[in-house]
Design a protein. Sequence first.
Length: 294
Amino acid sequence: MILQRPKSTKEPIRWGMVVLEVMTFLLLISFAFPFYLVLINSAKSATEIFADPLGLPDTFGQILVNINLILGNPSIRYLNSFVNSIIITTTSLLAIGLFSGMAAWVLVRTKTKYSFLIFMLFVSGMVLPFQVVMLPLVRLLELMRVYTGIQFLDTYHGIVLAYIGFGAPLSVFMFHGFIKSIPYEIEEAATIDGCTKPQIFFLIILPILKPIFVTLLVLNGMWIWNDYLLPVLVIGLGGDVQTLPVAVANLAGTYVKQWDLILTSVLMAATPVVVLFLFAQKHIIQGMTSGAIK
């Protein structure tokens, strides 16, 4: 009887996976390093930043001092800008989500060549560079004021209207792909039960769209909250409806050498978006996956 050596149960090392994990770790460091610099330097004075910008602060109490200096300066109007950003972001997100969902639903359920043409016009807006339309946009808002008598520059409704136009293409595209998977028999049954078109959308379709709706809220929310160029064009640098990125830019222009205040203001502006992303990342992945499959 010949005894055979038992086969080793140890799996071979997959060097491809090792290289991939190392590259992922390096990418994580490269993306997290700027946020690390902002965080540690927000807890320093201007002298400490110039002396050792990469070192850890002795204490994080300085960050409270920097926040009080920013909030207590009337020329910065940081709290006013924060409230403006909340109003503009919230209103724009609700309008983009609601109008895009309704538009995508109608385009899916209306089987005509015009519906396909309109959908392709929405999709074409995704590939149109913003730099091509930014100056015509300002001119269009000026012409709308001339013909309607309504002021669109340096107003809430003007910047919200602009965000609806730029946020609708991606939203309609993703809603369109998701709605095609919803069985039409559900809507037929609701019609037989006496539901109107608005009732079908708000009571049946909209709850089903929750995963993709939350995904678009987070993606568009991060874009609108951090956007700088569009508010500068529509609102201006010194307007009454100043947003948070514009306030941070004005702070950098006013206090050129006070990097402690500049970095603290950047941290204060980025924190709400980071918190929102951390809490909603599960819904983002779920919505993107559902939209891709369906």
